[in-house]
Write a protein that binds this ligand. Sequence first.
Ligand code: ATP
Ligand code: MG
Length: 203
Amino acid sequence: MSAAASGERLGVFGGTFDPPHVGHLVTAVNARHELRLDRVLLVVNNRPWQKVGTREISSAEDRLAMVEAAVGDVEGLEASRLEIDRGGVSYTADTLTRLRAEEPGVELSVILGSDAAAGLPTWERVEEVRSLATIVVVERPGSEECRLPDGWSWVRVEVPRLEVSSTDLRARVADGRPLDYLLPPGVIETIERRGLYRERVAT
Ligand code: ATP
Ligand code: MG
């Protein structure tokens, strides 16, 4: 059997996760199921290049703690601190290269919501991303149907569409509105314990 044929099937789902919510989790478990992935890594961006300078982002360690609480012991989902340990600005091309170097036979899939996928052509070293991984897109409510440049191969996965965003959740915390059922209880506890999002900030 070739290395590729015996390789692990790994999903890479990157995000700011400020905070992680049910939209992220439902996407991760359903993409894992549909694509028969062994594991899906929720990779916490250290410094998301798209968001630098736009608003105050919670510390990487706070966001990682929330993602760890979010995945809990759900089978096949894992919080990854790979981009935090690498430091600096986070580029998916670097993350995929690293995962491939650690495990040469690995089969990589990059999972993206349709809003993030729309920006894919502008990503740093996107050709590397395309050659290292299968691009997987889930439609996100409120964002236009995904279109990628002609000739790009990518797969669409249908997951229950949940109109939930971290932006709305941060505002909910600041306003004292309910979080229940939008965030796993462990994430709500982590937000409370660490005193996150209490001040209303412009989004
Ligand atoms: P923010 O509002 O701060 O941008 P967000 O809810 O968009 O937060 P991100 O951390 O920016 O969350 O997104 C990480 C990844 O998860 C992206 O690929 C994004 O498209 C996807 N995603 C986020 N929310 C959903 C959702 N409700 N359904 C499907 N995909 C989602
Ligand atoms: Mg977003």
